[in-house]
Structures are given as structure tokens and as C-alpha cells.
Design a binder for this molecule. Sequence first.
Ligand SMILES: Cc1ncc(COP(=O)(O)O)c(C=O)c1O
Length: 291
Amino acid sequence: MISKMYNQMLPRGNRTEVSFLFPTIELAVKAEIFVLLIPFQIIYVDIFVDWLERVLSETKPAPKLVSITNPGNPTGTCIPDPLLKRISEICRRAGTRLVVDNAYEYFTYDGLKHSCVEGNHVVNLFSFSKAYGMMGWRVGYIAYPSEAQSLRTQLLKVQDNVAICASMISQSTALGCLEAGREWVRNQVKSLVRNRELLLEALSPIGQDAVKGGGGAIYIWAKLPEKYQDDFAVVCWLAKRHGVVLLPGSACGLAGCVRVTYGAIKEAECEVAAKRLRAGLEELMRDGMAE
Ligand SMILES: Cc1ncc(COP(=O)(O)O)c(C=O)c1O
């Protein structure tokens, strides 16, 4: 759905720069959008904003579209309101459309709050998938400026192409979600807090500075030690030798890192996973990838 939307929002054959990471990269490649891979440090959102400002002012013609995910997948980075407003203003000034994917809007920790920006250049995407645990049932919605008539025409073209409408089961489930309301989601999210703590603690053998983002969504992003930059090899080793599975950063466009997910796992299971992860990382630091 999202990839079709990008396709429609951009003129055919236009090489347009899109910023930020997975899953946008794959979708953007399919949509013939020129993707800028962002260096690791840019994951610090304030550095990202300076970088974005420079790229948008220096690139001629200005990129047509910037897409961000807030809170982020795979980094779990939650963009603070003042920075989000700055991103929006930078895009507005450059004449660039800003698409914000808010799929993890309710998933924030450590007192962080999710917020939205609006404007004639802003499109906000929302999904029931994550917040209400109805992955695969694919119901979401798009908030776009009513002034953008041409965008509406393009979006309707997309809708025409996606099997007429969501299935009745999906619609009923989404209705049930709305009736249960945000309070239900907040309680679910509370149950993730302990999982996150356990996994942050389990990652400590690779160093305090290794963990980036992680203030929102269901992800912690960590940089592997310099000696072990082959993330795929590390992930395979952890799975085979320690029975714990992470996502290699290279699958998200950033090698040398890993993504740790704690969304769909009960606390008791997470305790086991965290113990295995910690034992694996301690061994990695001490003896390397011993067989
Ligand atoms: C940031 C983000 N946006 C969107 C989606 C997909 O949402 P939906 O299930 O509504 O297609 C995902 C799924 O992993 C995601 O991580």
C-alpha cells in the first residue's frame, strides 16, 4: 500500500531523493526513487536534521519527497516535537513533500511523547497493525491536506488498485480497536517496558554507547564492536550457539549493527532471550565467535 502511494505521489521517471531507512529503502527502490543512505551517526536525530537541511538546500532541483518514520523502524528513534517541526519547516522551505509514518505512535518510553506535524506539504500515515496488534489485517489511514486536490486524485488511484477495500474481518477488527480505544493500547505498551529494560541490560557487554535510539516503537538498535562488523555472521552465530535471534542491520541498510525486537514476546520468554543474548555478547567480547 505504502509503496503504491509513493509511486503515485512522484512523477514517473523522476529521480527523487528520499531520506531515512527501512522499510522505505526497498519500497523507494521499487518506485525508482533515488535513495540516500544515511551514515550511522545520522541516527542521532538532531544530526539528521542538520544533514537534511544541508542536503535539501544544496540539491538542485530540490528533492520531491522526504519520508520519516516516527518512532522509527529499525532504530526505535522517537523524534522530539521541536525537531519534527524543524524537519517539517525545512521541507516546506525546500518545496519538498514530507511523509511521516506514524505506525508506532503509541509506543514511546522514558516519558517521551509522540507528536504530529501538519501543513500543506505534510502527509501522515497511520496503521492499526502495531498499536492494536492486528498485523496482517492491514487497515490504516492517511491524513493529507484537504487543499492538495492533485494528491487526492493520486491517492484515489492507489485505492482503486488495492482490492477495492479491506476485508470485512479487518474492518470489524479495526472497529473493535477503535471501541477499545487508546487506553487499551497504553496498557499493552506498559507490558513492553520491562522487556525493553531486560534487553537494554542484555546489550550492556558491547558498551554503553553501542545502543542508539530505542526511545520508541518496539526496537533497540545497536552498533556491533569494530572487530565484529559482519552483522550477518554475528546474528547467525548468536542464533546457532546461543539460541537467540536478532535482525542484521544490513537487512535494514546499515551493516555493522543489529536490531533487537521486543514487541511480540511475553516477559517470561523475554527474560530467557535476554539471558541468552547477554551470555552470547559476553562470549563475543571475551573469546570472539567461538564454535
Ligand atoms: C514503520 C512501519 N510502517 C508501516 C508498517 C506496515 O504497516 P501495515 O501493517 O499497516 O501495512 C510497518 C510494519 O512493519 C512498519 O514497521
